[in-house]
Structure formats: structure tokens, C-alpha cells
Design a protein around this ligand. Sequence first.
Ligand SMILES: *Cc1c(COP(=O)(O)O)cnc(C)c1O
Length: 365
Amino acid sequence: MEAKKQLRQLTPYKPGKPIEEVKREFGLEKIVKLASNENPYGCSATVKDAILSEVNQLALYPDGYSAELREALSQFLHVSKDQLIFGNGSDEIVQILSRSYLGEGSNTIMATPTFPQYKHNAIIEGAEVIEVPLVAGEHDLEAMLQAINEQTKIVWLCSPNNPTGNHITESAFAAFMKRVPKHVLVVSDEAYYEYVEAEDYPETVPYLQQYPNLVILRTFSKAYGLAALRVGYGIASEEIISGIEPAREPFNTSRIAQKAALAALQDQDFIKACFTKNRDGIQQYYDFCEAHGLYCFPSQANFVFIDVEQNSDELFNYLLERGYIVRAGTALGYPNAVRITVGSAEQNEAILTHIAAFLASRTTV
Ligand SMILES: *Cc1c(COP(=O)(O)O)cnc(C)c1O
């Protein structure tokens, strides 16, 4: 018995080191994980009660249509209820889109480096993967357009891009959409939408009226702080949504997750507060990089990507031994960079003190 041959070239997703393991390995008491872009402030205080309201209903299947959350989100986004699809995280929407559109004989285009799940799912479906290198951390939209052919099914845009944090501007996005052939789906993955400050970041939802080949992905995992509960969603034309709905598991989001997401959505003050604190945190990293002559990619997300001008594995280990988990650039296509989730002001200050000590120890030899 053998699994699909494509699976042999893949490895299961490797998450950052678990906190418990790091504690044991280095005999540390406190670990700060700044590796998965989780919200350092947790989630809205209203979420706990929303979850408790469901704990007597655990024997019942969830509402497969997510009616309550769907209603609230459709009003919030000013789209119809049938323009939404919910997933077990937006990861699952990536999977559903891949299952729906990709297969042998088709291809899909994405930047590199970018969020790895686009490629992973495309390989499972047997599609050809066309990777277009970023230029200075940004999507090379012209080269992505040139790569499109008759067999292209999906072009993935990640904005802000993970791991660089750069965004695609409104004018670039508008010009791109105009030129993409109608047989190609454009997926705009906006996992960090709530953190974006740039005024030239496009509000993509209104583009759906003009472009039935556009899909927008958002999530409750990042700014809303519900990564544990797995709720993400896609927004698209009713035609696309009804086309891909059969590829969705009927009960793919839980009762608890639906209630929690609804409560989280209704607390926009929490999102605003997190946005402000995140921008202050980013500034801490910018100031540090300026003082140390390092390049930090401009970030519209809740992480920074810093070029440390030497293989970053050593810095990664140095920080790990001191209880800080970050993401080394080696696995992300930039061996000299580290991706650090913006933490609380204290966490940022503490990790930057360690990085300064590390850099000082390198330059004195
Ligand atoms: C974190 C992340 C996701 C996945 O989020 P979930 O909703 O938790 O599955 C999707 N896209 C990008 C770019 C991300 O960074």
C-alpha cells in the first residue's frame, strides 16, 4: 500500500519548538515564544463567556452553515452571506481551494519565499508549482503575470507577505487584477489585514464586484488571538463559493470556535488596541535596527524580518538558550534573516537586549 507519490517529497509541517521541550532542554523557567505570530495580548475578554455558553452543548454537532457568525461577518464586510466560506483556520481554505482547482496538468503561481501551505497543497494535488522570487521582499507581480499560461489555475498573493511583512500597494493590485486572465483565480491572503497601517494597502472586498475570479482569505488566528480554535474564512463571488463548498467538510468549524469568533468580531476596540501596541512594538525593532545598522524589512504585519548579515542559525540558538523562540531564516529562504513576532513592549525590549549582546560578542572577535 502506498500513498500518492507526491506525498513522498513532502515533510509534515514542522512547528516552532514546543515551549515545554525548550524548558526541559535548557533548564529554563520562562519561555517567550515569538515564532508563530500569535497575539501577545491573547484575545478579547468577551471570548471566555462566549465559550462557556457552549459547554453544555458539546454533544451536539455544530451548525455546518455557521449561520450566526456568517450573518455578523456579512454585515461587517458588506458582502452577501453566500460570499463567505469558513474553514478550520484559513489553512483549510487554502486546502479547499487547492482541492477544488488544482490537479495534474495544471499549474499554480506564488512568490518565494511566502506562506508554505500554497506550495504544500499544490504538490499534494499534483499541480506544477511556479515560484517567482520576491524582489527586495516584495511580490514581483510583473514576473508573476508573465508566468501565467493556459494551464494556470491559481495565483497566490500574500499581503502582507509572510515572512517579509511587505504589502502589495493598491495601485499595483489594481493594475494586476486588470491584466490577469479571467480563467485564473487570484487568492489574496490577508492573514495580517487587521495589523496593516499603510494607507496604500488596498481594501480588496469592493474589487469582488468587478472580479469574480478573486478570493480573499482572512483569519481569526492572528490579531483576533484565536489561533487555538482554528477559524478562518474566504470571501469571494457567490459563484466561486458555491463551486468550492462541496469540497468543505460539513462540520469543519466547531461550536466553540464559531461562538468565540463571533464574540471576537464584536470587540473591535480590542483589535484597535492591539493594532496600536503592535505598531509601537514594530518601532522598537526599527529603532534597534537603525542603531545597529541592520536592515529590517518594512512590516505591515505583527512580525519583523531582520537581516543580521550572517547565518542566523547561531542567533536562533543563542536566543533559544535564553528562552526566546524565533523563526530562523534558513527554512524561510533567507539564511541571514530572523523572523520575530512582535511581542509586548517588555518582551521586545528583552529580546533586543539579548540580540545586542549577541551582536557585540560577534564583532569583538
Ligand atoms: C498564519 C497564516 C495563515 C494561517 O492562519 P490560520 O487561519 O490559523 O490557518 C494563513 N496565511 C498566512 C500568510 C499566515 O501567516
